[in-house]
Design a protein around this ligand. Structure first.
Ligand code: ADP
Length: 262
């Protein structure tokens, strides 16, 4: 515990120094608290799939069952280990993004291609779930500078969320367009929407709306945090608009002009 408090008396340099030590001490305490909360959340996330894995492995080990039952349990074990694997991969990605050690392969490319690549990947499973998918591209190619793969990952993540959180029979509309020196990707759905008061927290690590419900959807709770970091590294922005009961729109904005940071 680094927490210290110095008395601040008068307005001289010593008092100023004391005040800034107090300020830093508060910040350290704040970050420690955040870190502890994050570790507790991670512990919780890891525990759930591990409990399944251990439990079903024990059943398989200790009992003589027919091959159909065996297959059912093996399937659960497979699904839960995939979930763990996703979680660990996402945690690594996020840590590297925040440390600045995540590697980007920067090139000039038409943004709409990263979007249509993601659409091609997700189309069969959207179709299977009975979700209609529409795409509207730009009038002319929108050449940006960035990591095509990673930006595709962002779009895929938004599409996967839409698929996850909206019911069968809903619609997802994807648009790529240009507006004042910036390119925009919009992913709009007419699903359940997100309560307005929750919108500011969506990109926080492990944050979920109606936590218990979302937990069974297979998401890691890190998707939007990762997407936000990737977009930030491209000097872009992520905005979320949503009306409860009407649907949600996720908008990625990326500069079309020369990008110095990447
Ligand atoms: P997860 O892995 O749980 O999907 P994300 O960071 O990708 O985590 O999303 C955070 C939360 O935002 C989700 O748990 C879900 O509650 C909510 N959410 C994301 N996209 C949508 C959407 N299209 N419609 C409704 N809720 C959504």
């Amino acid at each position: 515990n680094y927490s210290v408090r110095l008395p601040v008396q008068g307005g001289d340099e010593v008092a100023q120094l004391a005040a800034s030590v107090n300020y830093m001490s508060d910040r350290i305490e704040f970050y420690q608290k955040q870190r502890n909360e994050f570790l507790a959340d991670i512990g919780h996330e890891l525990r759930t799939p591990l409990t399944y894995l251990k439990g079903y492995a024990e059943i398989l080990r200790d009992s003589s069952m027919d091959s159909e039952e065996q297959r059912t349990y093996t399937e659960i074990i497979y699904e839960q280990s995939s979930r763990l694997q996703r979680l660990v991969q996402d945690l690594f990605d996020l840590a590297r993004l925040e440390q600045g050690t995540f590697s980007f392969q920067v090139e000039r490319f038409p943004l709409e291609e990263a979007v249509t690549d993601a659409l091609t990947l997700i189309e069969p499973s959207m179709d299977e779930k009975g979700i209609d998918l529409y795409y509207e591209g730009p009038d002319q190619p929108l050449i940006i500078r960035g990591d095509r793969q990673r930006l595709g990952q962002v779009v895929l993540n938004l599409l996967e969320n839409a698929k996850r959180y909206i019911p069968a029979g809903s619609t997802v509309r994807v648009r790529v367009k240009e507006h004042k020196d910036a390119a925009y990707i919009e992913v709009e759905d007419n699903g359940p929407g997100i309560p307005e008061e929750e919108l500011p927290y969506l990109t926080e690590r492990l944050y979920r709306v109606e936590k218990s419900r979302s937990k069974e959807t297979g998401g890691t709770g890190l998707g939007l945090a990762i997407s936000q970091e990737i977009i930030r590294k491209h000097n872009g922005s992520l905005s979320i608009e949503s009306v409860k009961g009407r649907g949600s729109t996720f908008i990625v904005g990326l500069p079309l002009k020369k990008d110095e940071e990447l």
